[in-house]
Design a protein around this ligand. Structure first.
Ligand SMILES: C[S@@+](CC[C@H](N)C(=O)[O-])C[C@H]1O[C@@H](n2cnc3c(N)ncnc32)[C@H](O)[C@@H]1O
Length: 268
């Protein structure tokens, strides 16, 4: 369906589960890696799509962007559930923070950046491509969509950076002090990947390789989980995985790779 034909908010109401601070990992990554796009924009408009039963994570994203990127950032929280839009009204702080009803069509807005977290998780995998296409078609030129999933408290998270041509990067992120093994991240992959963690799929090879690298880095645990993670990520890169960024980001418990992943895994 063309965007013009779509006047009603596109999508369905799903569970509104959210939690303060659960999205801090992706927010900090957005501040660190997407700042240039926002700084270059005439209208630094950001959409938080599907903020849930309370707008707390939208409030937090706006505060992090205002403090870390530019104070005049404008964040609009969009929700498909009208009752959740009404419930968010007391948290509004216009013009920097407002709430409105909308779906994947983005309610006619043209944002530079959309964060859609824990939204597609409750859809069918077959619905993902159209949702991505609808959101990216609504972006301002050069805009991006950050679409991902996390656990209840935000200790495990993953997200894709998507533009009009499709996914560009995949990021895995974990609270290292509570991480048993990177294989735990497989349960929190974005919807497009969560059913792909099976032999023969690149993301399965990636999780295996990261887990192997983490096991091989066990001696570094003496120096703390951060040093162990740094070693594991370095090893992944040495073995040919398209690891991006540098130790400043890796130290946060992050791993970002360019997308698509190599078809048969690194060296495949
Ligand atoms: C699980 S909550 C996520 C809340 C928050 N983003 C977080 O991660 O903590 C998902 C929310 O997305 C909303 N939602 C689902 N599909 C949507 C769509 N197409 N457009 C806007 N909101 C949507 C649901 O109504 C629900 O409130």
């Amino acid at each position: 369906m063309s965007p013009a034909a779509r006047r009603r908010p596109f999508g369905v109401v799903t569970r509104g589960t959210t939690n303060p601070n659960r999205l801090r990992r992706v927010d900090n990554w957005i501040v660190a890696t997407c700042a240039d796009r926002l700084l270059a924009a005439d209208d630094p408009l950001v959409v938080d799509l599907g903020y849930g039963a309370t707008p707390v994570t939208a409030v937090e994203l706006r505060a992090r962007l205002a403090a870390g990127v530019r104070p005049d950032v404008r964040l609009v929280g969009l929700e498909i559930d009208a009752a959740r839009v009404a419930a968010a009204a007391p948290a509004a702080d216009p013009p920097g923070l407002t709430f409105a009803r909308g779906g994947f069509e983005l309610a006619g807005l043209r944002p530079v950046l959309v964060r859609a977290f824990n939204v597609l998780r409750q859809y069918d995998e077959s619905e993902v491509a159209e949702a991505w296409q609808t959101m990216t078609a609504a972006l301002a030129p050069g805009g991006v969509l950050v679409e991902g999933t996390c656990d209840e408290l935000g200790r495990l998270a993953s997200w894709l950076l998507i533009d009009a041509d499709g996914p560009r990067t995949l990021t895995l992120a974990a609270k290292l002090t509570t991480l048993g093994s990177p294989a735990e991240l497989a349960e929190r992959l974005p919807k497009a990947l969560i059913h792909r963690n099976v032999p023969g799929e690149p993301v399965h090879a990636l999780i295996r390789a990261l887990d192997d690298a983490w096991q091989a880095a066990a001696p570094y645990a003496t120096f703390g989980p951060r040093q162990r993670w740094l070693r594991a990520v370095t090893r992944l890169r040495e073995t040919g995985w398209p690891v991006l960024d540098n130790p400043t980001r890796w130290r946060q418990g992050e791993l970002t790779l360019s997308w698509p992943l190599p078809a048969g895994g690194a060296g495949g």
